[in-house]
Design a protein around this ligand. Structure first.
Ligand SMILES: [Zn+2]
Ligand SMILES: [Zn+2]
Length: 268
């Protein structure tokens, strides 16, 4: 019985289905609990993949309403971006702790204005950049995100592989380890995000190599489908569970009110 701690709602404008339908699907698939983590609103003038600030109360209401009827615990969360900008961080510092969240996922989708996880133009740009340099810059942003202490779990940790561009494997530990050290120092977790299997990289985030490096540092894990519709809930969790166990994990995170505890993985 795993928990799915990453799912979107129509409030982000690119997902569909009522929260109640997500919860029903989670019960059908035998999940222990779920957490909605729609994209965070951003202060005026900043890129945002999600709801407007004035839509946030309705999002909270929809999740709390789902919680009342659901047969399993329904947690309230957010997928909050990190941007290395003083005005953005001033907003995050004030806004994130003021909400009644169970889970705050931290994500980096943008490098200096480039939304590198999107298709189209974004994909074209990958052909023109120094891939290792982009990975390095991305993982430095993840480290900076950890240093803020504003987030609980890093989502899709090796997101730059989204479009299928990797640096040479021999360089990956040296690129990733400083960020993992900062994640560990912050007491953060990382997520096994199965949506990568549907992207050009065709791999769960993060890779077995990176997950092993996280395991060596005692960084705890959660599981997330990144569902954008009810049918996606808990998708490929059998593969994610195997990945976790192969890396030597025996426990995963369970969260309430942003407090972490460890529970055994199913099947011992
Ligand atoms: Zn994301
Ligand atoms: Zn997401």
């Amino acid at each position: 019985m795993l928990a799915d701690y990453h799912m979107h709602t129509p409030f982000c404008r690119h997902a569909h289905g009522e929260p109640e339908e997500y919860a029903a699907e989670a019960v059908r698939k035998g999940l222990s609990e779920i957490c909605f983590t729609d994209h965070s609103p951003a202060p005026a003038g900043f890129w945002c993949d999600g709801m407007r600030l004035d839509e946030f109360p309705a999002y909270q209401e929809a999740v709390f309403r789902c919680r009342e009827s659901a047969a399993i615990p329904v947690l309230f969360g957010i997928e909050a971006d990190f941007l290395p900008d003083p005005d953005f961080l001033a907003f995050a510092r004030q806004w994130l702790p003021a909400q009644p969240f169970d889970v705050v996922l931290g994500s980096v989708h943008i490098i200096r204005g480039w939304v590198f996880t999107h298709g189209g133009e974004s994909l074209e740009k990958w052909k023109t950049v120094d891939v290792a340099a982009v990975w390095r810059e991305y993982f430095d942003l993840v480290g900076q995100m950890a240093d803020t202490r504003l987030y609980d779990i890093v989502t899709h940790l090796d997101a730059p592989k989204h479009s299928g561009y990797w640096p040479p494997e021999s360089q990956i530990p040296e690129i990733v380890q400083p960020a993992l050290d900062r994640i560990a120092a912050a007491g953060m977790g990382i997520e096994l995000n199965t949506s990568g299997l549907l992207r050009p990289c065709k791999e769960i985030y993060p890779s077995p190599l990176i997950l092993n490096l996280a395991r060596e540092r005692g960084i705890p894990i959660s599981f997330g489908s990144d569902a954008h519709g009810p049918q996606d809930v808990g998708r490929y969790f059998d593969q994610a569970l195997k990945l976790a166990k192969d890396a030597g994990y025996t426990h995963c995170l369970r969260m309430r009110g942003r407090k972490k505890e460890l529970v055994p993985l199913p099947g011992g």
